[in-house]
Design a protein around this ligand. Structure first.
Ligand code: 2P0
Length: 333
């Protein structure tokens, strides 16, 4: 009836931006990511409560702001009814959830990826369900598309799938966290939550951006190329693919009506600084999610030079150094 989980956020190298089905949260195309620590979500969940409740970073989250959490918990209860019968479902009762992020929530730092990966694992374990990894990944996906990838350590690939019920829309592990000793330096440019939630931004892009179909067409070829680059630890090749994927995703969003623009001035300054560093011979590339921060990849032995340069870039408030991390896992507590 109880489980505690640690999950790490992930950063997409080939981006997810668009859905083929909103109700089941099915992506329109695949994606490819790297799971990052030490930043983490820690979630403990206990069934047997009178009603569902969620405390995030010590603050109670009202029911209207946790609809996706409620949906995921109901899905878990339905699975219990299916496996163990209606009495087992009733015996579960409500779930008391305590969750903390040791990095900013809803600020374009992928808190929903670690949050829903942690929740899916904690809820299924506490309920005594034994799902396969694809089933667990598909369950996390219903909470948040990027969460399907955070169940796995290292590099993970999300499949868009083609089935209407979404059972083939899940992530799979590609290479674990020991495959490639990279660092990802997060250049934090603005504190606070972002203005347009990812889901709203991608839905508006799909509905109104003339560039959306062109963006979607780039994704699967980029996933294939990125897998080849990562297998060979070919930094320059991965740099080209990752920067192109991020810029094309943002270009499609900027072309929506009204335009979805996550960047701040400092975001652009960092892009230029990364290009300047690379022109000077430093192996480095950037990617940007649905927020103003820039994530900068570099081999481990170059990280000090990259941190120094980013912290000296106008508008950068601070940096967070992250490393490839393990997938979501159970802990005691
Ligand atoms: C990604 N992002 O691949 C992309 C790149 C943001 C930019 O996945 O609607 O919060 O909950 O499935 O997972 C953010 O979107 O979206 C995201 P939903 P999610 O990491």
């Amino acid at each position: 009836m109880h489980a505690s989980v640690v999950a790490h956020p992930n950063i997409a190298l080939v981006k997810y931006w668009g859905k083929r089905d909103s109700r089941l949260n099915l992506p329109a195309a695949g994606s490819l990511s790297l799971t990052l620590g030490p930043v983490a979500t820690r979630t403990s969940l206990t069934f047997g409560a009178e009603e569902d409740s969620l405390e995030l970073n010590g603050v109670a989250v009202p029911a209207a702001k946790r609809l996706r959490v409620a949906t995921l918990l109901d899905r878990v209860r339905d699975l219990v009814a299916l496996e163990q019968g209606p009495a087992a479902r009733a015996a579960l009762g409500g779930a008391r959830i305590l969750s903390t992020n040791d990095f900013p929530t809803a600020a374009g730092l992928a808190s929903s990826s670690s949050g829903f990966a942690a929740l899916a694992l904690a809820a299924t374990e506490a309920a005594g369900l034994h799902l396969s990894l694809p089933q667990l990944s598909a369950l996390a996906r219903e909470g948040s598309g990027s969460a399907a990838r955070s169940l796995f350590g290292g590099f993970a690939r999300m499949h868009a799938g083609t089935r209407a019920d979404g059972t083939d829309a899940f992530a799979e592990p590609l290479f674990d966290e020991h495959h490639w000793d990279l660092r990802v330096v997060i250049a934090v440019t603005v504190e606070g939550e972002k203005e347009v939630a990812s889901t709203d931004g991608m839905n508006l892009t799909e509905r109104t951006s003339p560039y959306y179909p062109a963006w979607i067409e780039t994704v699967e070829p980029d996933v294939q190329s990125a897998m080849t680059a990562i297998a060979a630890r070919d930094f320059d090749h991965l740099a080209r693919i990752a920067e192109a994927s991020a810029l094309r995703m943002h270009a499609s969003a900027i072309a929506a009506d009204p335009g979805v623009l996550y960047w701040r001035g400092a975001t652009v300054e960092v892009i230029h600084e990364v290009r300047r560093l690379r022109a000077g011979g430093l192996p480095v590339f950037f990617t940007i999610d649905a927020g103003p921060h820039v994530k900068v990849f570099t081999p481990a032995d170059e990280v000090s030079a990259v941190v120094r340069a980013l912290e000296a870039t106008p508008g950068v408030l601070r940096t967070i150094v992250t490393t490839p991390a393990a997938g979501a896992h159970l802990v005691h507590g």
